[in-house]
Design a protein around this ligand. Structure first.
Ligand SMILES: CC[C@@H](C(=O)O)C(=O)SCCNC(=O)CCNC(=O)[C@H](O)C(C)(C)COP(=O)(O)OP(=O)(O)OC[C@H]1O[C@@H](n2cnc3c(N)ncnc32)[C@H](O)[C@@H]1OP(=O)(O)O
Length: 282
């Protein structure tokens, strides 16, 4: 019997089609939910703080959004190197609230960049970063806001540090306060002559004496980084992962992680090819 009969006409086909479309939409929705859940869980795993620590991410994000200006730009090059630019030259690239939120977004983008191998972080207009925007800091001066901002930035910089990309802070000019802290979340720090990394703010530094164009230094940083990023992404990313495990885990856990990651490259295409070409490492 037709399950969908109207005026003696059977709408079985339509009914079947609708059911199929509904099922497809449901499957798609479930898939999206699962991907989002996986991403949130991965971010939580890579972060330090969550609700259990009294951290209220949505609350602090909403507050940070009120202090706008500047931007954090990411360009992903075909050679697997990402260029992250801190862009707020009017305030020596100080981090406004929206820049803190954008940094988090760019880190998420880098976590999802499967072909990435290296990352250069630099500042616009011949300086690196003078820390937090003091205008925003003044407005967020109660201790709850301060703690939440601190946890927000610690989470973001921890995730940045744990990226499977070899990272370098290219310091041209001044890296002060939070700017200095940001350089410590990178694997390497490259400094052009006359540049400064400072954790205290009592001294005003000299004007950078290096004088070169930003692009020339960026080109040099790219070339310098290529000594670590030349090769297949799977191997470069695995190298960074074993180094991160060694730095962060107790010895036995780090050894087990190293064994697991080793298993992903052993007998892999790069390993097999090297066994054929047998390169000399002079
Ligand atoms: C929790 C916050 C903490 C952290 O995250 O760890 C911080 O980061 S607190 C911020 C620490 N940084 C500072 O205190 C930097 C203070 N600024 C300076 O010492 C100097 O501006 C400089 C960075 C040494 C640059 O000096 P100079 O080359 O002489 O330039 P100007 O001083 O004229 O700066 C141009 C312009 O930029 C403004 N500026 C610079 N840094 C900040 C900042 N962090 N927040 C807000 N505004 C900043 C500076 O005031 C100038 O603006 P105008 O006065 O309107 O011209």
């Amino acid at each position: 019997m037709c399950p969908n009969e109207v005026n003696s006409k059977c709408y079985w086909d339509d009914w079947e089609k609708h059911r199929a479309v509904r099922e497809m939409a449901l499957a798609l929705w479930k898939n999206l939910l699962q991907t989002a859940k996986k991403r949130i869980l991965q971010q939580r795993r890579l972060s330090l703080y969550n609700g259990a620590h009294g951290y209220e991410e949505e609350l602090i994000k909403k507050k940070l959004q009120q202090f706008s200006g500047g931007s954090i730009n990411l360009s992903k090059e075909d050679n697997g190197i990402g260029i992250l630019t801190l862009n707020n030259p009017k305030l020596m690239n100080a981090f406004t609230g929206t820049m803190m939120v954008e940094l988090q977004e760019r880190v998420t983008e880098l976590e999802n960049w499967k072909d990435g191998k290296g990352l250069i972080i630099h500042g616009a207009s011949n300086t690196f970063c003078s820390g937090s925007d003091l205008n925003a800091v003044k407005e967020l001066s109660n201790s709850q806001d301060g703690m939440n901002m601190c946890m927000f930035m610690q989470n973001t910089l921890t995730r940045l540090m744990r990226l499977p990309l070899i990272s370098v802070a290219l310091v041209q000019g001044k890296a002060f306060g939070g700017g200095a802290e940001l350089t410590t979340a990178c694997d390497f720090r490259l400094m052009t002559p006359g540049s400064e990394i400072r954790f205290v703010h009592k001294h005003m530094g000299l004007v950078p004496g290096w004088g070169g164009a930003a692009r020339a230094a960026l080109g040099h940083a790219r070339e310098w980084l290529s000594q670590y990023t030349d090769g297949p992404a799977a191997v470069i990313r695995a190298v960074k992962q074993v180094v991160t495990a060694g730095r962060e885990l107790p010895l036995e856990d780090a050894l087990r992680t190293e064994k697991d990651i080793f298993g992903t490259v052993w007998g892999g295409p790069a390993n097999l090819q090297a066994l054929v070409t047998r390169p000399k490492h002079k």
